[in-house]
Design a protein around this ligand. Sequence first.
Ligand SMILES: N[C@@H](CCC(=O)N[C@@H](CS)C(=O)NCC(=O)O)C(=O)O
Length: 237
Amino acid sequence: MTYRLYYWTGIQGRGEFVRLALEDAGAAYVDVARVDGDAALQPFLDGERDGPRPFAPPFLVTGTRVIAQVANILHALGPELDLVPADEAARLQALQLQLTIADLVTEIHDSHHPIASAEYYEAQQDAAARRAADLRAQRLPKFLGYFEDVLATGAGHALGRHSYVDLSLFQLIRGLDYAYPRAMAALAPRLPRLRALERRVADRPGIGAYLDSDRRLAFNTQGIFRHYPELDGPAGD
Ligand SMILES: N[C@@H](CCC(=O)N[C@@H](CS)C(=O)NCC(=O)O)C(=O)O
């Protein structure tokens, strides 16, 4: 079975959380828009294809199955790629953690686009400065401190063994290191387990090969994790 991943070209974006799971597992997949262009997404978004109509990418297609929402896609992929424990309680815990990651991803996006997603950063720069300061002072320490505690109870893993949640935490740390290097340096002493997990995931065979490939795009100022030096600074109290 070949998975078909639909996501915008040119950025890692939210598609990257799905890509990392497929790459780690060595799954056969096509990154459709990188082959056929962004226009390939439109028939699905317009409801012109069989299956449930997604609101936004990323979405994953196999046969007539169309699955949208990152956390939902990973919830479906987890058992198929052996990226989650088999029992229901662990699958729900994984989904809960992934949804919490999604909440933080939205807050990170909103730190550079606090007023309107469709308007330029430069048109909302003052509000972005206030939002980013709060992200650094309050929200990153709270979210990342929570994930640090989760790793403490899971022997360095989110779920006590390797899972798609570990892969997403890796992406979260890499993205934040790019977007908010000063804040992440300030928080580093409080996040030893997240840092160890980030290094461990990078060393996994599938992930290492992916990171070295041209399939892994560089972070840039079009995606979710954006580096604007004026938004970065001290973190925490
Ligand atoms: N909660 C959704 C968010 C999806 C989302 O916001 N996708 C972005 C790209 S990263 C998009 O194209 N959104 C279009 C829109 O919100 O109008 C998820 O986690 O998949």
